[in-house]
Design a protein around this ligand. Structure first.
Ligand code: FAD
Ligand code: A2P
Length: 426
């Protein structure tokens, strides 16, 4: 155990609540010193490495990360202890004389969640910077304040499936579904850019209930159907793992197979930074791949509804990556949107007879128009989809900005500190 982490008789041990954690990997990515790790059961904090820098705390969507238990330093829970837990242990009573010493507990962090703050100290380089650091940790200043964590493991919401249909061509490999969930009389307020988590039924090989999986909301705040208490999600059926071995993704298959009137167990909503500006003239640049289009659909539809009442007149630019046009979710409805409402740029990587294109290629092609928008302080960028695109998109934005003679580190820092650059990748 390192001296920094554990040198006093009593410590506040940083722990992750296995009951609440939705295994989204955000904390592991946010930790700059690799103190957080996971096995097939749990995400855990290594007490010999954690220096309580708190970088993992604000990005956690559920608050599962924010647990601190006072323990004897010599009896700190090991990684293996934590891997085996189904619930957090109770805090044990410690000898009073130890508690009155000048101990680690006094210098331990506040147990409440840290306020969100843009950290400008490590925005300049890509190398070695956790991916979640690429974006802002604050929302746009004008964003509506979101509700988060209204429903938790101890207070699960039930929603009814009122629609489930495929939004990619039937004969393609990409089976992506648009699923509409209705909450009836149960309050479930959401904003565009937020997500929910859903519990698949059943248990894993060890007999533990499956943990909940997170899905971005694909509909605007006033509902998939305006003024109804419903929302939609965009779910890709996982049939192969990241190494392309065949698997049956537990939750995505469950969701894609749901029938009308089935019910699902939902928790959330989550997300307090990936939120859209609440200004009539704000511009939005959306960059996505595959199901990363869900929050972009929500934001676009919000703007479309506002435009009908002349309440929105900003510019929308969309960069959308998919294998082929036929595997691009919502292709038909997207193409029906008026050209003067949204500037759509597709990047197709496996379209027959066309060169492979990624969103970052198209960003470079449209450098002049992106720069024009970036010059306006009320321009906001959202990136959602494959984890792998994050670095490529940042590099493309850097090239676009540097092509105009500006310094990317400065522009990047400003975009982050002003809540104007947001990532949600998985
Ligand atoms: P599991 O049973 O958990 O996994 C089966 C195997 O497949 C495992 O080996 C796993 O590593 C691998 N695997 C998991 N996901 C994928 C994948 N996408 N591609 C390839 N292999 C995979 N998914 C959506 O479809 N739509 C969304 O809008 C969406 N939003 C998300 C937002 C956030 C913030 C996060 C963290 C995730 C989001 N996801 C979204 C992913 C989703 O939460 C699940 O991870 C995904 O549906 C797979 O779950 P599963 O239970 O089917 O697969
Ligand atoms: P590819 O043809 O190389 O897989 P998916 O269908 O797997 O959800 O992916 C959506 C799109 O994102 C595909 O066109 C895929 O291309 C593309 N893609 C894959 N990796 C990256 C990356 N690192 N950056 C940008 N786009 C990517």
């Amino acid at each position: 155990m390192t001296e920094t982490a554990i040198a006093t008789p009593v410590m506040k041990q940083h722990l992750i609540d296995p009951e609440i954690c939705i295994r989204c990997n955000t904390c592991e990515e946010a930790c700059p010193i690799d103190a957080i790790t996971h096995d097939e059961n749990n995400y855990v904090v290594d007490p010999s490495i954690c220096n309580m820098c708190m970088k993992c705390v604000p990005p956690c969507p559920t608050g599962a990360i924010d647990n601190w238990i006072q323990v004897l330093t010599s009896e700190a829970y090991s990684k293996d202890d934590q891997f085996s837990w189904d619930v957090l242990p109770e805090e044990k009573e410690l000898p009073a004389e130890l508690l009155h010493q000048d101990d680690a507990a006094e210098s331990a962090p506040e147990t409440g969640r840290t306020p969100l703050a843009a950290d400008q100290s490590d925005v300049d380089s890509l190398e070695g910077v956790p991916s979640t650091d690429a974006g802002a940790s604050i929302p746009p200043w004008s964003a509506v304040h979101p509700y988060v964590n209204m429903y938790t493991h101890k207070n699960v919401a039930t929603a009814t499936v009122v629609g489930n249909y495929r939004v990619t061509d039937d004969d393609t490999e990409s089976d992506i579904h648009h699923i509409v969930l209705d909450f009836g009389t149960l309050p479930f307020p959401v904003l565009e850019g937020q997500s929910i988590a859903i519990f698949p039924p059943g248990t894993d090989a060890k007999g533990r209930a499956y943990h909940a999986r997170q899905y971005s909301i694909a509909s605007p705040r006033d509902g998939e159907r305006p003024k109804y208490n419903n929302l939609s999600i965009t779910v890709k059926r996982v049939t192969a793992d990241y190494d392309n071995n065949p698997v049956n993704g537990v939750c995505s298959n469950y969701l894609c197979d749901l029938q009308k009137n089935d019910t699902v167990k939902v928790i959330g909503p989550y997300g307090n930074t990936f939120l859209m500006p609440n200004l009539a003239h704000a511009n939005i640049i959306m960059i996505c791949t595959g199901t990363g289009s869900a929050p972009m659909r929500a934001m676009t539809e919000r703007c479309r509804r506002l435009t009908k009442n002349r309440e929105y007149n900003g510019k929308l630019m969309l960069f959308f990556g998919a294998r082929t046009q036929r595997e691009l979710p919502y292709f038909g409805p997207l193409m029906n949107l008026p050209k003067d409402f949204i500037d759509i740029n597709l990047a197709l990587s496996r379209q027959p007879d066309q060169p492979k294109r990624y969103v970052q290629d198209v960003l470079r092609d449209r450098a002049a128009d992106i720069l024009k928008l970036l010059d306006e302080t009320e321009t906001y960028i959202y990136v959602c989809g494959l984890k792998g695109m994050e670095v490529g998109v940042i590099e493309a934005l850097r090239d676009v900005v540097e092509g105009s003679g500006k310094k990317w580190p400065e522009v990047h820092a400003q975009l982050k500190s002003q809540g104007r650059l947001h990532f949600e990748t998985y």
